[in-house]
Design a protein around this ligand. Structure first.
Ligand code: GLY
Length: 378
């Protein structure tokens, strides 16, 4: 991949994408594959929310199920994941640790089980496969579960992936498609009129392009103040254990908050996540780590034996209606692909397809109409 040094004005790109997280890179890859010359600008690609993310591809369990447009978007993107993954793995030879064993949502009391039964009924109306299990059946699937688990649901259509591997593969695939990575900080975007918009770099350089895509996650509003995107802090842990300690994602409601454990093929288990409206507070707090371990231990007591390998903070890019913002964003030639909240990795295939279609003038997937940036000004 060409990694350009800072200098003067660069031009000749059809598209410049600001932000090299999973959305920006997926969109850049898809765009370059359609024959457009594309550059991604990010001082640390994959270092934002994607780095913290657990990578669950679980539209129903991650969404409040009254949020129907978000659900429909999530289901469309979940359906696109197998082909997206196959193409990315074929192109790069990378293994994304894409797993399809499903999610086990467990209940520890009768109230929790009633909530899960409602969820199961709803999932079935969406045509999703979901099985009601007794506590014993839950433990036969996942022997490390607590004896206090009273029952649960097995959501067989849920999947998950390692987001850090996805980013690595996207960088490789983008390079193979002829893309340029500019590892610099962006100072601003200038789009004064119908001419080509420009991306100003902190180094003093300028990149001119036919079109610019703002895919800067929680930082998007600092580049385009009309975007109502805010950071929603999440603290998350990574534990290291023996392979096969868990084989499925395990979720449960503990002390009123959702807790999840996401196993990887190499024995790592991601435990998440706190949800706090605290602006860009980068600290991992003692209280956050305590709560995550406490809640995860209630579901899977044996996790206290595992190594605490990593603590991370990420900033989910939140929006007022929890839907992402994808499409022409106001200034001529400037598009947005941001605001993916809790669902960035899940929504990356549908976002990439929508962005590539907007950029090339092709037909945009109909479900992306929910994400119109103009909806906030109406
Ligand atoms: N998608 C999981 C989270 O945001 O915590």
């Amino acid at each position: 991949m060409s990694r350009t040094p800072p200098s003067g004005v660069r031009s000749g790109y059809d598209v410049v994408i600001v932000g090299g997280g999973v959305e920006g890179l997926a969109a850049a890859w898809r765009t370059a594959r359609r024959g457009l010359s594309a550059a991604v600008v990010d001082p640390a690609p994959g270092g934002g929310a994607t780095h913290a993310s657990a990578g669950m591809l679980a539209p129903v369990s991650e969404v409040t199920y009254t949020e129907e447009p978000l659900l429909r978007l999530g289901l469309a993107s979940l359906a696109a994941w197998p082909a997206f993954r196959a193409e990315l793995e074929d192109e790069t030879g990378d293994d994304l640790d894409y797993r399809t064993e499903g999610t086990l949502e467990v209940a520890r009391g009768a109230d929790d089980m009633a909530v899960l039964d409602d969820l199961a009924a709803f999932e079935r109306t969406l045509g999703l496969r979901v099985e009601r299990l007794t506590g014993r059946e839950c433990r036969s699937y996942e022997p490390m579960l607590s004896p206090s688990v009273r029952g649960g649901l097995l959501a067989r259509d849920d999947a998950w992936v390692n987001p850090r591997r996805v980013v690595r593969a996207l960088l490789t695939a983008f390079e193979k498609a002829g893309g340029t990575l500019v590892t610099e900080r962006v100072a601003g975007i200038d789009a004064p009129g119908p001419g080509a918009p420009c991306v100003r770099l902190e180094s003093g350089g300028v990149i001119a392009a036919g079109q610019v895509v703002v895919a800067a996650g929680s930082w998007s509003a600092s580049l385009l103040p009309s975007l109502p995107v805010r950071p929603v802090k999440g603290e998350i842990l990574r534990l290291r254990g023996p392979r096969g300690f868990l084989t499925r994602c395990v979720r449960g409601l503990v002390h009123g908050s959702p807790a999840y454990l996401v196993p990887r093929g190499d024995g790592e288990i991601t435990v998440g996540a706190t949800t706090q409206e605290m602006g860009f507070d980068p600290r991992v707090t003692a209280g956050g780590v305590y709560e995550l371990l406490r809640d995860a231990r209630e579901l899977v007591p044996g996790i206290t034996e595992l190594e605490l390998a990593e603590t991370t903070t990420g900033f989910r890019p939140g929006t007022p209606d929890n839907l992402p913002i994808i499409g022409p964003a106001g200034p001529p030639g400037v598009l947005a692909a941001t605001g993916h909240g809790r669902n960035g990795v899940l929504l990356s295939p549908i976002t990439a397809d929508a962005v590539a279609a907007f950029l090339t003038g092709d037909e945009v997937p109909p479900v992306a109409r929910f994400c119109d940036p103009g909806r906030f000004s109406q």
